[in-house]
Design a protein around this ligand. Structure first.
Ligand SMILES: [Zn+2]
Length: 667
């Protein structure tokens, strides 16, 4: 019996590894994502049920370990050298001539050409086919141990495939981010009000150095292997052979690499990619040319810093020089202040450039850029041009970080956890109003049905709504001015607005969009302070006493309520008749009183937080783990291992509908 289970688990692992190989290495998946997820779930369930068969190299163990304090420093077995750069075909020909002179003119040589991926180098060690270490390049001799993070990258196998694996090998390659994943990440960060990454390379290197592998796993990092460090127990004769072996082992390599017979072909390849590099889904900044034969490589050896047998050809940068006419500060939808350089219009790679991003205020300091300076700008891919450096220091006055918001004059605060981000925290700041209104009306907040993006943007544009309280002053004739708005919709929206006035205090607190105050925190604050006025008067000490409120959140709350604009807003909301008090006698006695409830799987009617709030309102407790102390497990869609465990422990299990029946008063 147990032998069968063990076999079944191992078979599932093999199957998943095979599909990883098809997907990442060959780009020829044979099953859908859904089917893949099903395999993973089967494996995970079995491993949960039979923990004695858990194994660090199982595909389920890509995210493991907790949050680290810091990274250990490790020494690479073989140095990770940097390549010499060349910037013209002439230099490439020179390099080729030197190399052939070094080897003897008669000797036959071949080159392997590879795209130079704009990412971060990593060194991955396998012992007997098992991934044992992943490290950053660092200074080339020592790097940081980022094994936990490397393991989350699905293009990197935890176990090398096939029988013929080396006893020991250092596989070098580039960790990078595809442009589409970079855009998704930045969009998400924009939504959360976090500072944006300047380019995919920064996003990749920032992600690789996160201490929480759980977050890294969500970043969708990718990998191409390209170089060889120390190795034992296999014979490899050429770079081309090595690349093919990598592929057999299930390590992802770039499909555009070629084996070429002379420097003329190499130059043709470089020209080719210089023109079509934008067609790739990721950034490259040149071509790497390597001598194919490893024996010839050894004979040529190294200079102090780099190998003689390889060189990078860098694409000409798309750069231009121009004058900074002004430095403006823009306010994003989340209130983040971003400095922008206004430029004397200049042509760069066929496009007229008038603005360049300065990313953040630290960047201004780093560049020491001033209005009037002559600067070098650069375009990379589709990204907005950036300022590379100041060419001529002609400006007089240093830029000063604004103390108030350039849009609304509201207070600007510096974020503690992210030193570079400055933010306007005025809740009625026009730059942030649309986003704020959408949040205010969202289902988890005031739940005003019909106030979607199109309605909100029209309300703001027509200046019908300038702050949250204005929503409650809207009349039928105002709404009739909106495009495509019929009578019925007008009435529906007005009644949804009216209905929202009676929402619980916790929802109103959440709806205000106070930074760092999520659904759960809003619930806690409502319970602790009972009225919005009490919360508005709360001091740091009062907030610090609350277990669920951290330092950052406490500061953000005090900051928020200390503003005049907030005080006005709250007065207006009260005048409009919104409920600003926590319901008394909130603890309804019911079947749930004193019971511990666990949710598993996706719910349809409520978010997890809302459902947990309901349990608490009915006098119950919630927990995230099933144990013998659990009284009730509510099962939603695709429940996880908690469901299995509850079954094993014989705990009462109900579905979402039954749960809703329990908490809804009978009429
Ligand atoms: Zn503002």
């Amino acid at each position: 019996m147990t032998e069968d289970i063990k076999k079944k688990i191992e078979a599932l692992r093999q199957k998943i590894r095979h599909h990883d190989y098809l997907y990442y290495v060959l780009s020829q998946p044979e099953i859908s994502d859904k089917e893949y997820d099903d395999l993973m779930r089967q494996l995970k369930d079995l491993e949960d049920k039979y923990p004695e068969y858990k194994s660090a190299d199982s595909p389920t163990q890509r995210v493991s370990g907790g949050v680290l304090e810091g990274f250990k420093t490790i020494k690479h077995r073989q140095k990770m050298l940097s390549l010499d750069n060349t910037y013209s075909f002439e230099e490439l020909r020179d390099w080729d001539a030197r190399l052939r002179k070094g080897l003897g003119r008669e000797e036959k040589i071949e080159y392997v050409v590879e795209l130079k991926i704009d990412g971060v180098s990593a060194n991955i060690t396998y012992e007997k086919g098992i991934l044992t270490m992943g490290a950053t390049r660092g200074d080339g001799e020592t790097g940081e141990d980022v094994t936990q993070n490397i393991k989350t990258i699905r293009a990197i196998p935890l176990v090398l495939l096939g029988k013929d694996v080396p006893d020991f090998i250092e596989i070098r390659g580039e960790v990078y981010m595809e442009r589409k994943d970079f855009n998704i990440l930045n969009k998400e960060r924009d939504k959360q009000g976090e500072a944006l990454f300047a380019n995919p390379r920064n996003a990749a290197s920032g992600s690789l150095k996160l201490l929480d592998a759980g977050i890294v796993a969500k970043r969708r990092l990718n990998f191409f292997a390209h170089s060889l460090g120390e190795y034992k127990g296999i014979d490899i004769h050429t770079q081309w052979e090595y690349l093919n072996r990598l592929k057999e082992w299930g390590v992802r390599i770039n499909q555009e690499s070629r084996l070429l017979k002379d420097i003329q072909e190499v130059i043709g390849y470089c020209q080719d990619w210089q023109e079509k590099k934008e067609t790739l889904g990721y950034d490259i900044d040149g071509i790497v040319v390597k001598l194919n034969n490893l024996d010839q490589q050894r004979r040529l050896g190294f200079t102090l810093k780099s190998p003689r047998w390889a060189v990078a050809y860098k694409f000409p940068a798309q750069q231009a020089t121009t004058t900074v006419k002004d430095i403006l500060v823009q306010v994003g939808r989340t209130g983040v202040l971003t400095p922008v350089a206004v430029l004397e219009p200049v042509e760069c790679a066929g496009v007229i450039i008038k603005h360049a991003t300065l990313h953040n205020f630290d960047e201004i300091k780093r560049l020491n850029i001033k209005k009037g300076d002559r600067v070098l700008i650069e375009r990379a891919g589709e990204v907005i041009p950036k300022v590379v450096k100041v060419m001529k220091d002609l400006g007089k006055t240093h830029f000063e970080i604004p103390k108030t918001c350039p849009v609304c004059n509201g207070k600007v605060v510096k974020e503690k956890e992210q030193d570079v981000a400055y933010r306007c925290i005025n809740p009625s700041c026009p730059a942030q109003l649309e986003r704020g209104l959408l949040h205010f009306a969202s289902r988890q907040a005031m739940d005003i049905e019909g106030m979607g993006e199109s309605v909100v943007s029209q309300l703001v544009r027509l200046k019908l709504v300038r702050n949250f309280a204005d929503i409650y002053k809207l009349k039928a004739q105002d709404l009739a001015r909106l495009e495509l708005f019929k009578d019925k919709k007008v009435n529906n929206l007005l009644s949804a607005i009216e209905k929202s006035k009676g929402k619980p205090l916790s929802r109103l607190i959440y709806a205000l969009g106070i930074r760092h105050v999520g659904e759960k925190a809003a619930y806690v604050l409502a319970r602790e302070f009972k009225t919005l006025d009490n919360l508005a008067r709360a001091k740091r000490e009062d907030l610090d006493k609350i277990y669920d409120v951290g330092e950052v959140m406490a500061e953000s709350i005090v900051d928020y309520f200390s503003q005049d604009s907030t005080k006005k807003l709250i007065a207006a909301l009260k005048e409009a008749g919104l409920n600003t008090k926590e319901e008394s006698g909130e603890l309804k006695t019911s079947f749930l009183s004193g019971k511990t409830v666990v949710f598993t799987g996706g719910l349809k009617e409520y978010s997890r937080t809302q459902a947990e709030e309901l349990v608490r309102r009915h006098g119950g407790n919630t927990s995230s783990n099933v144990s013998k102390d659990t009284d009730l497990v509510v099962v939603g869609d695709s429940p996880g291992s908690k469901y299995e465990k509850a079954k094993r422990l014989g705990i009462k299990i109900i579905n979402e509908k039954e749960f809703l029946n329990l908490i809804t008063p009978k009429r």
